[in-house]
Design a protein around this ligand. Sequence first.
Ligand SMILES: [Ca+2]
Ligand SMILES: [Ca+2]
Length: 208
Amino acid sequence: MIPIRRFLRPAYVVAAALLSLPVAAAWAQSQPAPAKPAPTPQVLAFDTFMKQSSPICQKQASQRCVDAGWRYADRNGDKALDLAELQTVRAEMGDWLAWKEGITQREKANVAMGLWVVDSAGLPNLFASYDANGDGKLTQAELLADVKLDQRPLGQVLTDEKAVNRQRFSQRLGPLSKLAEALMQPRPAPGNTPAPRAPVQSQPVPPR
Ligand SMILES: [Ca+2]
Ligand SMILES: [Ca+2]
């Protein structure tokens, strides 16, 4: 059994929403897709992508996972991601999440919170903060400016404080930085503690 919840830590969720789908693929694996009535073609395509990229994102070096997600999101094939492409993927991700079975309500709530943070900060604002040269397109170098990829799978990289510049990431969220910091605090893995519903502690925001 793959420890699905490991990949649903809030830090992972927030980063996944930003990095789009490749990361989220980590928890799509090993879940049979029980048929639910009338999923849209887009939802089915997203589900297929998740299944195909899961083994890559679970086991292979993080760059391979990013590349898989990049190919999926880059709808016009220009090797860059524009705002419309990210908005499309974000919408597909939300629809897929609502349709997908096999993940718990708590896990769905975690993902929904990550998407809420992104939506509240505003995808256009976040896009602009990552588009360092302001050409309206994101390169991988721009999107991964706060992350140092290595040979580990992406889920492990994104939950490693030494591999992610959390302060810079929080700054991109602007007024939501305090909430993001609270969300990104490590929590005990479910099952290791009798009280998994401990309230989120408010954390001081590091000086900018
Ligand atoms: Ca593109
Ligand atoms: Ca750019």
